[in-house]
Design a protein around this ligand. Structure first.
Ligand SMILES: Nc1ncnc2c1ncn2[C@@H]1O[C@H](COP(=O)(O)OP(=O)(O)OP(=O)(O)O)[C@@H](O)[C@H]1O
Length: 333
């Protein structure tokens, strides 16, 4: 059985629609009107124990809503969802014991309490044994430098400090699955790298991780699988490495020819490619579909014009794909 099993998972929010001004407010009181927003639209998702999945998509795509559904914070409009066999919203308390949630924007620390007291409250709420608590705190301290933060009242923490404390708070009860939203935001580079390697360790020990992040380094360092959501629908679900083959077909080949050649001649030699002149004479960038045209074929095509004295090939990066996803530029069939 998969750890997370969602099928046809749908969440529709009902938003009040008000005309502006006093009249609008009055009209809304007398005859309220609403607009439905489908935040999550028939999502099918299975996550196996120990998988690390990046869940990405443009703003408003439905990422947080999915996580809230999986965490049992909100109730689905339709569809089924099970986490380790439990219905998250019906078995909310039992579900909370097996999931850890970090929402980048919202803290689960008690705002007016020193961090240490939030941790002990969470320890007691989740019934974490003294020994587990001590061991976990030691481990978090080694990765997240928690020691100096423990006496500080949560509202006085900087963003980076709060993220460190919140990450520990989300993992304090040793959840089977962690939903982490932007876990490295605000962290300095050294701590960020430690957090990434810590997440890899957790994954290797069997904790399932669902990571929502704009940080492409987090994705490449921690996850093997990428799920892309857009307009509430899963538009891609597959191995991170395979994404490039599916969506990043373009390869840029930078050529330096031995002599100045007019752009039109190079274009004429390469009817299936896009050719742009570079800064210097004889410099060109040729963009090809890497599954249709090899670099060798490009070189052979331009050889009758001039010798190729230098060649550089830019392979597509997963980063480009994910960046396009976030920018809303990637439109899939
Ligand atoms: N409580 C709510 N009431 C009404 N609409 C909501 C509510 N929560 C989310 N939405 C809407 O549902 C859609 C999906 O929102 P969601 O927060 O899940 O997206 P997201 O992918 O997490 O975006 P972001 O990257 O900006 O956090 C958006 O159109 C959002 O405005």
């Amino acid at each position: 059985m998969s750890l997370v099993e969602a099928s046809g998972l749908t969440k529709i929010f009902r938003r009040p629609v008000k005309d502006p001004g006093f009249r609008g407010a009055l009209r809304h009181l007398v005859a309220p009107s609403h607009r439905d927003v489908t935040a999550v639209d028939g999502v099918d998702l299975r996550i196996e124990p120990g998988e690390a999945v990046a869940y990405v998509g443009p703003n408003g795509a439905g990422k947080s809503t999915t996580v809230k559904l999986l965490a049992g914070i909100i109730v689905p409009t339709s569809g089924d969802v099970r986490v380790a066999g439990l219905s998250p919203h019906r078995d909310r308390i039992a579900n909370a014991r097996q999931v850890g949630v970090l929402f980048g924007q919202r803290s689960q620390l008690w705002w007016d309490l020193p961090v240490r007291e939030s941790f002990t409250l969470l320890r007691d709420m989740y019934g974490v044994s003294a020994r587990d608590y001590r061991e976990r705190m030691e481990r978090f301290d080694a990765v997240l430098d928690l020691g100096s933060l423990l006496p500080v009242v949560a509202r006085k923490l900087s963003l980076g400090q709060r993220m460190r404390a919140d990450l520990a708070a989300a993992l304090l009860h040793g959840p089977r699955i962690a939903y982490l939203d932007e876990p490295t935001i605000g962290l300095d580079i050294a701590v960020r790298d430690r957090v990434r390697s810590f997440l890899r360790q957790l994954r290797d020990e069997g904790t399932t991780i669902m990571l929502t992040t704009h940080d492409l380094g987090d994705i490449e360092d921690v996850c093997e699988r990428l799920v892309i959501i857009d307009h509430g629908r899963v538009i891609y679900d597959g191995a991170l490495a395979a994404v490039k083959d599916d969506f990043a077909r373009e390869r840029h080949i930078h050529l330096q020819l031995a002599s100045a050649v007019p752009l039109s001649s190079v274009v004429a030699c390469l009817p299936d490619a896009r050719v742009v002149a570079g800064d210097g004479p004889g410099e060109f960038t040729v963009t090809v579909d890497r599954f249709r045209q090899t670099a060798g074929a490009v070189i052979s095509a331009v050889l009758p014009l001039a010798e190729v004295v230098e060649l550089r090939i830019d392979e597509p990066a997963i980063e480009d794909v994910v960046r396009k996803v976030y920018a809303g530029e990637l439109r899939l069939a």
